[in-house]
Write a protein that binds this ligand. Structure first.
Ligand SMILES: [Zn+2]
Length: 54
């Protein structure tokens, strides 16, 4: 369990990681291993996270 938050540089929101919108990554990264977390308010990309490999 995590209470990590991600600051959005685009709109100034602080987004709890669990509330961020998940999208497939851009480019050639494997979408089963990598996801992009996006701001639910403005849609800006916050962070690309590794979700696979366990
Ligand atoms: Zn935002």
């Amino acid at each position: 369990m995590t209470d990590e938050t991600l600051p959005c540089e685009a709109c100034g929101e602080t987004v709890p990681r669990d509330a961020a919108t998940r999208r497939e990554t851009m480019g050639s990264l494997d979408p089963t291993k990598w996801q992009t977390l996006c701001c639910p308010t403005c849609g800006a990309r916050l962070k690309t996270v590794f979700v696979g490999g366990e």
